[in-house]
Ligand binder design. Structure first.
Ligand code: PXP
Length: 389
C-alpha cells in the first residue's frame, strides 16, 4: 500500500474517518503525478505533535501539521519512491475547523495537501515568492480534489408539504402544491419532495398522482414503510422514495429511521420498490451503525438528518453536530452510498452543510415556505439557492 496510516489519537480527539484520509492521500498523490509513492500519515494528539515540534523544530506547543521528508534528490534514483511522513494533530485540526466553520475532514484535506507539498519540496518559509507558489498549488489541488468528489453542483429539492398544510386548513383547493412545485422548478429547484403521510394531514393521493405527471425534474416521495403507501408508490412510480419513520402524534419527522433495528423488513421493502424501478433513500441520524445497516439492506441513498444541528443553541454545540453530519456523510460517500441531507435547514444554517462535497442534494421545505409568505415562492427558492453556492 503506498499510503500508510497510523492513528494515534486519543478517545478525547474528534473522530476521524481513516478511509477518507487514505483516499484523499491517494487522490493527492495521483494529482501530483506520484501515484505509486509511499507516504506515511500519522494522526496524533496535541501532546504528541507538541513533543515532535519541540524535538525537531525547537518550537514550543502544538502545531497543526509536520512533514518529514525521507527522500533527498530525484525520486527516480531510488528503487522505491519513498516520500516520508506527514504528522497531523487531529485536535488542532478540529479547533481550526471550528473557527473556520468547516468540517474536520475539510480541514484535514488542507493539512494533508500542505504536508504533502512540503514533502515534494515546497517551503513557504523560504521566501514570500515561494510561499505564494505553495499557496497557489495548494488551492489548485484542493479545488481538483473537490471537483473529483462532487462532479455536479449540489442540488436543492423543495418539499412542498406545507403548501398543502395551508390548503388543508380550510379543506378547499388553494393553495395547490402542484402549482407550487412548478414555481419551485422554474426558480431553479432540481427536485420536488412530498411526504404522503398515512393520516393524509397535508399531501393527498391526488397531489402525488398529479405531481408524477407534472414534475419535470425529480419527484421524491417521502413515506413510511407502510403497506398502503408502498402500494401507491409502486403504482405511481416516483423517481425515488425516501423512507422515514412516522408517528401519528408528531408535528414533523422527529428522528432518523432505526435501520439497524429493522434490517429484514427494510431489505424486503427496498427490494420491492427496486423491482418497480424506484431507488430508495433511508432517512437516518448521522450514526455509523445506521450507515452500515443502510448498505446492508440495499439502499441507494441515505438522507442524513440535519435536525439536531439546526435545533441546538450555541456555536460549540452546533459545530459538534455539524461534525457528526460531516463524518457520517464521509463514511456513507466512501462506502458507495449517495448522500442527501435535510430537515430544519434554513437561510442561516444551510451554507455550511451545502459546502460538504459528499452531499449531492438538500431537501428543504418549511423555511422556504415560511419565507415565501413574505417574498413570494420564486424569490424564496432563489434565495435558498444563493445560500448553497
Ligand atoms: N427530509 C425529511 C426526511 C423530512 O421528513 C422533512 C420534513 O418533511 C424534510 C427533509 C424537510 O424539512 P424542513 O421542512 O424542516 O425543511
Amino acid at each position: 500500500m503506498p499510503v500508510l496510516i497510523n492513528c494515534e489519537t486519543s478517545a478525547a480527539s474528534p473522530p476521524v474517518c481513516v478511509e477518507y484520509v487514505r483516499k484523499t492521500a491517494e487522490r493527492l498523490l495521483r494529482l501530483c503525478g506520484r501515484p505509486a509513492a509511499e507516504l506515511s500519515i500519522t494522526l496524533v494528539t496535541d501532546a504528541r505533535i507538541a513533543a515532535l515540534n519541540e524535538a525537531y523544530r525547537r518550537k514550543p506547543g502544538p502545531t497543526n501539521v509536520l512533514a518529514f521528508a525521507l527522500a533527498e534528490g530525484p525520486a527516480t534514483a531510488m528503487a522505491v519512491d519513498l516520500l516520508g511522513d506527514v504528522v497531523i494533530s487531529v485536535e488542532t485540526a478540529g479547533r481550526e475547523a471550528g473557527l473556520a466553520r468547516i468540517s474536520l475532514h475539510q480541514r484535514l484535506a488542507w493539512l494533508l495537501t500542505h504536508g504533502l507539498l512540503h514533502l515534494l519540496g515546497y517551503d513557504h518559509e523560504r521566501s514570500a515568492a515561494e510561499a505564494a507558489r505553495m499557496a497557489a498549488r495548494e488551492n489548485e489541488l484542493l479545488q481538483q480534489l473537490q471537483r473529483e468528489r462532487r462532479r455536479e453542483m449540489i442540488r436543492l429539492a423543495v418539499n412542498v408539504d406545507h403548501v398543502a398544510t395551508l390548503r388543508q386548513a380550510r379543506g378547499g383547493a388553494e393553495p395547490d402544491p402542484v402549482l407550487a412545485a412548478g414555481i419551485c422548478e422554474l426558480a431553479g429547484a432540481e427536485g420536488i419532495v412530498v411526504h404522503l403521510r398515512e393520516d393524509r394531514r397535508h399531501i393527498q393521493d391526488r397531489d402525488v398522482r398529479l405531481l408524477r405527471q407534472t414534475v419535470k425534474t425529480k419527484l421524491n416521495l417521502e413515506m413510511a414503510a407502510a403497506e398502503e403507501i408502498i402500494a401507491i408508490a409502486v403504482e405511481v412510480k416516483p423517481d425515488m422514495v425516501t423512507l422515514v419513520p412516522e408517528k401519528r402524534q408528531e408535528l414533523t419527522t422527529e428522528g432518523g429511521l432505526n435501520v439497524a433495528g429493522q434490517k429484514k423488513r427494510l431489505k424486503e421493502v427496498i427490494a420491492r420498490l427496486g423491482a418497480a424501478g424506484i431507488p430508495v433513500s433511508l432517512f437516518i441520524d448521522p450514526a455509523s451503525r445506521q450507515i452500515k445497516a443502510a448498505r446492508e439492506v440495499g439502499a441507494t441513498f441515505v438522507e442524513i438528518h440535519t435536525g439536531r444541528y439546526c435545533d441546538v443553541r450555541g456555536e460549540n454545540e452546533r459545530q459538534q453536530e455539524f461534525e457528526l453530519i460531516a463524518a457520517a456523510a464521509e463514511e456513507a460517500f466512501e462506502t458507495g452510498l449517495r448522500v442527501n441531507a435535510g430537515h430544519g435547514l434554513n437561510y442561516v444554517n444551510t451554507s455550511r452543510i451545502a459546502a460538504l462535497e459528499t452531499i449531492e442534494e438538500l431537501s428543504i421545505g418549511h423555511a422556504i415556505m415560511a419565507r415565501a409568505v413574505f417574498v413570494g415562492l420564486d424569490q424564496a427558492v432563489r434565495e435558498m439557492l444563493g445560500q448553497m453556492m
